[in-house]
Write a protein that binds this ligand. Structure first.
Ligand SMILES: O=C(O)CCC(=O)C(=O)O
Ligand SMILES: [Fe+2]
Length: 341
């Protein structure tokens, strides 16, 4: 075991995670502490931060429960070109996955949960942090509808070209005003799954203009290979900086574009992605749901970069099947989606 010098320490790490330089150990804190640590690995050399006030969202009527359920079950008109784009680029952004009303309702529901959890108003009540909540589908019927949505699950299954998909986890993510960049990474590094049939539906709960820091993707299913020789440093911003330099030098195309209301992105676990600072006075709220092909196994040696993954696959063993009551099959959908709980 290598001891770390004072200069290498990261104030968000504790215990073994702080004193060892490698990552081959369990994460020792909760998943909120994981995010606090993780965003501290982003290179933020952008000087003084001034926050922009966005125009108010136009009044949009919200769907009632039955209308919402019907919308979340309705198939999306995904084309063969969409599937080919995803298979080539490792991500795709699709418009009108949610209606404006379903997006506004999602934001209201997520704000309700975040406000209760963090005991503070959003949109400026908390500054500079990346807030996270997960497993809310198990207790909240409305979030459950968005997480288990057959509309979204079918898009994911078709993009991966797999017949059966399970839920890994839901993740409510709120990048608060002034919170800095999300470091460059690919989720293969995060999920303890021995599979490349893994996709995340990143569902914004409002439009995301550039100034709010939309998720941005390096194009290419093989682009991650450019990074294979780069050591991950768990203490500082060097990994993020090195990845950005390599992509710049290699001329990798990065899609950093705004999200319209209702637009959703889907990224493969081999997709490298990042997001800029939130330079607005509004929280950038997203529901990010991750799915994997039924039959996937857990890695032989999950690392601390997977956070508290046993919360998402309780009872799973390293090397064993990734399958628990917390990983329902979302595609094909269970009969009765939308029935009252
Ligand atoms: O929301 C972000 O900035 C990062 C999210 C992310 O990396 C993911 O959902 O895989
Ligand atoms: Fe990610």
């Amino acid at each position: 075991m290598t001891e770390v010098s004072g200069a290498e320490q990261n104030r968000f790490l504790t215990g073994d995670n702080a004193t060892r330089t490698d990552v081959n150990q369990a994460w020792e804190q909760d998943n909120q502490a994981w995010w606090d640590w993780y965003v501290s690995l982003a290179d933020n050399q952008d000087g003084e931060v001034t926050l922009q006030e966005l125009p108010p969202t136009p009044a949009i009527a919200e769907p009632d429960d039955a209308t919402l359920m019907a919308e979340l079950a309705e198939p999306y008109p995904l084309t063969d070109d969409d599937v080919a784009f995803f298979q080539e680029n490792a991500f795709i952004k699709l418009k009108n996955v949610l209606s404006p009303g379903a997006t506004v309702r999602l934001r209201r529901e997520l704000v309700r949960m975040l406000t209760a959890e963090f005991d503070s108003d959003l949109d400026g009540g908390i500054s500079d942090r990346f807030l996270s909540m997960d497993m809310m589908w198990t207790t909240d019927p409305i979030i459950r509808a968005y997480v288990l949505s057959p509309r979204i699950a079918k898009i994911c299954a078709d993009l991966l070209k797999v017949p059966r998909l399970r839920l890994y986890h839901d993740n409510i993510l709120s990048k608060e005003p002034a919170c800095g960049r999300t470091p460059w990474h690919f989720d293969d590094h995060h999920f303890p799954l021995a599979s490349h049939d893994v996709v995340t539906a990143w569902i914004p709960a409002q439009a995301i203009p550039l100034v709010m820091g939309p998720l941005a993707f390096a194009a290419g299913m093989d682009t991650y290979k450019l990074i294979e020789g780069v050591d991950f440093n768990k203490f500082d911003t060097s990994y993020d900086r090195t990845v950005a330099d390599i992509f710049r030098q290699s001329g990798v195309r990065v899609d950093e574009s705004p999200f319209e209301i209702g637009e959703v992105s889907f990224h493969h676990n081999l997709s490298f992605h990042t997001a800029a600072r939130n330079r607005t006075t509004q929280s950038r709220i997203v529901l990010a749901n991750t799915f994997y092909a039924d039959g996937a196994r857990v890695l032989d040696q999950p690392t601390m970069v997977s956070g508290d993954w046993l919360k998402f696959i309780p009872g799973a063993e390293p090397g064993g099947l990734a399958e628990s009551d917390m990983n329902p099959v979302v595609w094909p959908p269970e009969a009765g989606f939308g029935d009252p709980q």
